[in-house]
Design a protein around this ligand. Structure first.
Ligand SMILES: *Cc1c(COP(=O)(O)O)cnc(C)c1O
Length: 357
């Protein structure tokens, strides 16, 4: 097997840095890309030619498989910088591992974790000046893989690219979201690709999300594809409920839910803080009952973009479940702050989640 040690990654530096040519405060999320990108090719049965090169266009054959049959997956993570200049990543090994779960389901070659991690660390070190050091700001990191064999027949591609690009992003403090429970469209079905971070899952979610936006909802809550009775995710985030004193979230058993790293972090911290956690089916009926008897204390989404995103209200048909004001949501506010403190190095990391770069 081919392994990449750091000195095996060829690095070609840009002679034309764009650092300082943009204003992060006014730029849109992900619209300013950093100076360099990582690229690794899969050819003749193995990964080869790991290189970091100036950010720029790709040249691709129009017959590249990815355009036709959609073998494409991605990951999402962030780098954080504290005032002392230290750059940190949060649980990067978990992204490397999850990439390979997705790859397997999409019949794409697994990427040795050391290629992912060495490539990532080298890229972030090279572009470390792109990691903003203001609290709340970060460098968004997008690893992805796609099929690029030029071939129109339907079969798994024999050639792929793995790439990482990065973009400095401002603090992301969305207003609490108004959402509605989706009862017609589905994100994922049993036996499908819901547990994989497949690009196609996102393509299929755009239309129902747009319909909800037209009706004034910033996100959907996905329900199971068969009966639309059980809660699955909140848009592109995992979803959690505080019902009474318990933290409740849909379990991963059905494989229709993406196993978020933020989800796992929140559950781990909550358990360590002595909170009772339940991973199980959560029905819409249970939510409606908890909303009406006042035991539904909090609902929030979890994901890399904002760690915790509060939900303001949930519409379900004619009903609206209104959640308490955000300042009253003790547990989620505490966990959000704690995760931020870990990422910016303000507190000791007892979990081994934070990786200094
Ligand atoms: C990426 C993603 C999440 C969140 O995962 P994190 O690892 O916490 O960022 C949740 N749901 C879906 C559908 C996703 O694609």
């Amino acid at each position: 097997m081919y392994t990449v040690e750091s000195d095996k990654i060829k690095i070609e530096k840009t002679s034309n840095s764009r650092l300082g040519t943009y204003d992060i405060k006014t730029s849109k999320f992900g619209s300013q890309l950093s100076d360099h990108m990582l690229m690794v090719d899969f050819k003749e049965g193995h990964w080869q030619d790991a290189r970091i090169i100036p950010y720029g266009n790709l040249s691709m054959d129009p017959a590249s498989c990815v355009f036709h049959y959609g073998q494409a997956l991605f990951e999402g993570m962030k780098a954080f910088k504290s005032k002392d200049g230290q750059v940190r990543l949060f649980r990067p090994e978990d992204n490397a591992r999850r990439l390979n779960l997705s790859a397997k389901r999409l019949c794409m070659p697994e990427l040795p974790e050391d290629i992912f991690l060495d490539g990532l660390y080298e890229l972030i070190r090279l572009d470390s000046a792109w990691v903003p050091d203001e609290e709340g700001y970060s460098l968004y990191i997008r690893p992805y893989m796609f099929a690029d064999e030029a071939f129109l027949g339907v079969r798994p591609s024999e050639e792929y690219k793995f790439m990482i690009i990065t973009a400095p992003v401002p603090g992301y403090y969305p207003e609490p979201l108004k959402v509605r429970i989706e009862t017609k469209y589905s994100r994922a079905a049993f036996g499908g690709t819901g547990f994989a971070k497949a690009a196609g899952n996102y393509a299929a979610a755009l239309y129902p999300t747009m319909l909800a936006a037209k009706d004034g909802y910033q996100q959907l809550i996905w329900t199971d594809a068969k009966e639309h009775k059980y809660i699955e995710e909140a848009g592109t985030m995992n979803i959690m409920f505080v019902i009474g004193d318990k933290l409740v979230t849909p379990s991963l058993e059905s494989e229709t839910i993406l196993a978020g790293i933020t989800r796992d972090s929140v559950l781990t911290v909550a358990r360590d803080w002595g909170i009772e956690v339940e991973e199980r089916k959560v029905s819409v009926d249970e939510l409606a009952a908890a909303a009406s008897d006042g035991s539904l204390k909090d609902v929030f989404g979890t994901g890399t973009a904002a760690s915790i995103t509060f939900i303001d209200s949930i519409a379900y048909g004619e009903q609206v479940f209104q959640l308490p004001p955000v300042p009253e949501r003790d547990l989620s506010n505490r966990i959000k702050k704690y995760l931020d403190d870990l990422k910016y190095g303000h507190v000791e990391d007892p979990y081994g989640w934070v990786k200094d770069i």
